[in-house]
Design a protein around this ligand. Structure first.
Ligand code: NAG
Length: 287
């Protein structure tokens, strides 16, 4: 009896070690990220597993992935500024460089104590955005770490929160709607002051007596096709599930749940904003 039990224990321990190794290998800010601004306000902690950004009246801070990618899955865990975060914006987005840029955005707009954060999403292709959708969360994003992910493949972009799809932006190639397919992007994250517009339309200002404001990132993971300067082709050694990821029936149910209960703004239903008619992609199915 003792032998099988210890064998089982041994396999559990080795499995745990393997999982730990995979997790550890995938998340290292020292290896995968570089601090871009903030003069000491961005700090890598925990031997590379975590990174904190702080904002005071003089500056915010930011970091980016060292590499550029053409498609991939990008994850980070985030614990947002707690308490009075009005006027602050914490970001996690992908962007290309130069004119006619592509961009895929997750932005977290702070609020007064006790009032909910707004999760702002947008997609730019060839320099054009205007595809905002905004959400509430079903938890307090400043109380604990939660996982935010962007899946970007040639067919679609999926925004996920704790692995629940909150938005799918489909590539409607036949309709000629621009979609990011050609420009490599890198991950950018930042914490900055935007009290001219972020909170309740700019009416609530940052309370600097509460500074410094701090947001924590951890488990930064990229599984993507790396684009090098000499060769913009995708790296075919990589065969992540994100390459063809879409939504199954369960994913569609969860997306519907989020969109019905937590979506607070959708450009597709903002008729006064588009007097010539809503954008073409809005007339298609959401998936
Ligand atoms: C802040 O809270 C107010 C009141 O609940 C809400 O109307 C607003 O959308 C929230 N978010 C932002 C970013 O202003």
């Amino acid at each position: 009896m003792a032998a099988p039990a210890s064998a089982l224990l041994f396999s559990i321990i080795s499995l745990a070690a393997v999982l730990f190794f995979i997790g550890g290998a995938n998340a290292d800010f020292n290896r995968d990220a570089e601090i871009t601004w903030g003069d000491g306000r961005a700090k890598i902690v925990d031997g590379g597993r975590g990174l904190s950004l702080s904002l005071d009246r003089f500056s915010g801070a930011g970091f980016q992935s060292r590499k550029h990618y053409l498609f991939g899955r990008f994850d980070t865990q985030l614990k947002l500024v707690p308490g009075d975060s009005a006027g602050t914006v914490t970001t996690f987005f992908l962007t290309s460089e130069g004119e006619g840029h592509d961009e895929i955005d997750f932005e977290f707009l702070g609020n007064s104590s006790g009032e909910p954060y707004t999760v702002h999403t947008n997609v730019y292709a060839a320099g054009k955005g205007n595809k905002e959708q905004q959400f509430r969360l079903w938890f307090d994003p400043s109380a604990a770490f939660h996982t935010y992910s962007i899946v970007w493949n040639p067919q679609r972009i999926i925004f996920l929160v704790d692995n629940i799809p909150i938005r799918v932006h489909t590539h409607h190639e036949a309709l000629g709607v621009p979609f990011p397919t050609r420009q490599p992007m890198r991950v950018q994250c930042s914490l900055w002051n935007a009290d001219d517009w972020a909170t309740q339309g700019g009416r609530v200002k940052t309370d600097w007596s509460k500074a410094p404001f701090v947001a924590h990132y951890r488990n930064f993971k990229i599984d993507g096709s790396e684009a090098t300067n000499t060769n913009k082709n995708s790296n075919s050694l990589n065969a992540g599930a994100w390459r063809t990821q879409g939504l199954d029936a369960n994913g569609r149910n969860r997306l519907r749940w989020v969109q019905q209960k937590y979506m607070i703004y959708n450009y597709c239903t903002d008729h006064p904003r588009f007097p010539q008619g809503i954008p073409t992609e809005c007339k298609q199915s959401r998936f």
